[in-house]
Design a protein around this ligand. Structure first.
Ligand SMILES: NC(=O)c1ccc[n+]([C@@H]2O[C@H](COP(=O)([O-])OP(=O)(O)OC[C@H]3O[C@@H](n4cnc5c(N)ncnc54)[C@H](OP(=O)(O)O)[C@@H]3O)[C@@H](O)[C@H]2O)c1
Length: 240
């Protein structure tokens, strides 16, 4: 018998795929959401074969800000949990009108619309995990708009955590480098953790109702130092 349905946004992300395995292993149903129908179907078939749980695919471009986005939840009879892994990335050097629009639509607008709708669904318990980034901790010359989008959602979620709604559990994962498409071939990536380990850390944090955690853990130390570096020193560490 299955327990709940995990709705996984950005389900073709390697971290999301591994998280789907954790959820399925614990006998939850899955709804995989993303743009790439073929890849989503492959992941879903694999999940059904390995874990024998229901796994649906929902193909949608999350750059839309229409009501269609909210259909993701409408078909469910079960109570849903929400794993938010979808994200757009463009570094500051490659920003254009289009990429700025996409970053804000995908990383902030669609994310906030979906969170708001999800948390207002009539169900006994809500569990949400948001994949943020250490880039949200301090503006970097390299990627401050991306970091800003993550910081915006984090701040929104922090307010919801402060409201302390009973049975609404929100976990923020502040990720350092993880070995995925996003970091592949990127200069300066000194150690990239495995997506599977990251997904397991997310599952563990969620079961313990953690509010916020860093993965890999050592990023907590790095970001604690970086956050308190005086700006005149921080400026010298920038790339220009
Ligand atoms: N890897 C890291 O080092 C790292 C570090 C910090 C934070 N994170 C965060 O971890 C999460 C997962 O990232 P990842 O590293 O696994 O990168 P990824 O493979 O690029 O995953 C991003 C996911 O978002 C989906 N997506 C992007 N735009 C979309 C849209 N318009 N509509 C629907 N889906 C869309 C992608 O789908 P498509 O397959 O269709 O492109 C993909 O499934 C992201 O939130 C990222 O910010 C990653």
């Amino acid at each position: 018998m299955t327990k709940r349905t995990w709705v996984i946004l950005g389900a073709t992300s390697l971290i999301a795929e591994q998280f789907a395995h954790c959820a399925a292993q614990n006998q939850n149903s899955l709804r995989l959401v993303g743009r790439d129908k073929e890849q989503l179907n492959l992941i879903a078939q694999d999940v059904r074969l390995r874990f024998n749980v229901p796994c649906e695919v929902h193909t949608i471009d999350l750059a839309q800000n229409t009501e269609k986005l909210l259909d993701i939840f409408s078909a469910s009879k079960d109570e849903c949990d929400l794993f938010i892994a979808h994200s757009d990335f463009t570094d500051n050097d490659h920003l254009t009108m289009t990429s700025i629009n996409n970053l804000i639509k995908i990383n902030i607008l669609s994310t906030v619309l979906l969170i708001h709708h999800y948390l207002n669904l009539d169900q006994q318990k809500h569990r949400l995990i948001y994949l943020s980034s250490v880039a949200a901790c301090r503006g970097r010359s390299k990627n401050s708009l991306y970091g800003g989008t993550k910081a915006a959602v984090e701040l929104y979620l922090e307010g919801l955590q402060q409201a302390n709604y009973p049975n609404k559990h929100i976990t923020i994962a502040r990720l350092g480098f993880i070995d995925t498409k996003q970091t592949y071939g990127v200069p300066g990536v000194f150690y990239a953790a495995q997506p599977k380990d990251c997904a397991h850390a997310c599952w563990k944090a969620m079961t313990k109702n953690k509010r916020l955690f860093y993965y890999p853990k050592f990023w907590w130390m790095i970001m604690s130092i970086i956050r308190y570096i005086p700006f005149f020193v921080y400026k010298k560490m920038g790339k220009h």
